[in-house]
Design a protein. Structure first.
Ligand SMILES: [Zn+2]
Length: 150
């Protein structure tokens, strides 16, 4: 699977968020069998007047509708930033087995972003779901985009 190709699509999605006045975070869900993109999402909190409309949640909702399924056991989710506690919970509850993210929450904080620090490893470790998490995919591009678009 071309991991960087899919992360680049997530970065493009993040670009769209800002045009609509939202935070620059994008997500893509890829079907692991066909290697095709199942859904794309970007942050829509402002557009939708919805604090839960994070890019990952938007992409999960679309993919579940498309699959007509509550669960997504055969997909990979790509997101430009490490999923927050709400999103990692949704990812686990969706039974998504693979997660790729660009920049970590800690790295954003280290670069001056005023974010709530979180630690997903405890949540993931205590979960009954199995997930493989790969951070730092195109990290520099994701960081530069965040610094450029805020
Ligand atoms: Zn989130």
């Amino acid at each position: 699977m071309d991991i960087e190709k899919f992360m680049k699509v997530a970065i493009e999605e993040a670009e769209m968020s800002v045009a609509e006045g939202n935070k620059p975070i994008g997500a893509v869900i890829v079907d692991l069998e066909t290697k095709e993109i199942l859904s794309k999402g970007h942050n829509m909190q402002v557009t939708e007047h919805d604090p839960t409309a994070h890019g990952e949640i938007v992409a999960i909702r679309k993919a579940c509708k498309q699959k007509e399924s509550t669960y997504l056991p055969n997909v990979a989710l790509f997101t430009t930033t490490e999923p927050c506690t709400m999103c990692i919970s949704a990812i686990l509850k969706s039974k998504i087995p693979q997660l790729y993210f660009g920049i970590s929450n800690k790295k954003l904080i280290d670069n001056g972003f005023r974010l709530i620090p979180f630690n997903n490893s405890k949540l993931v470790g205590n979960s009954s779901y199995t997930i493989n998490i790969h951070g730092g995919v195109l990290e520099q591009e994701c960081l530069e985009q965040r610094l450029r678009l805020k």
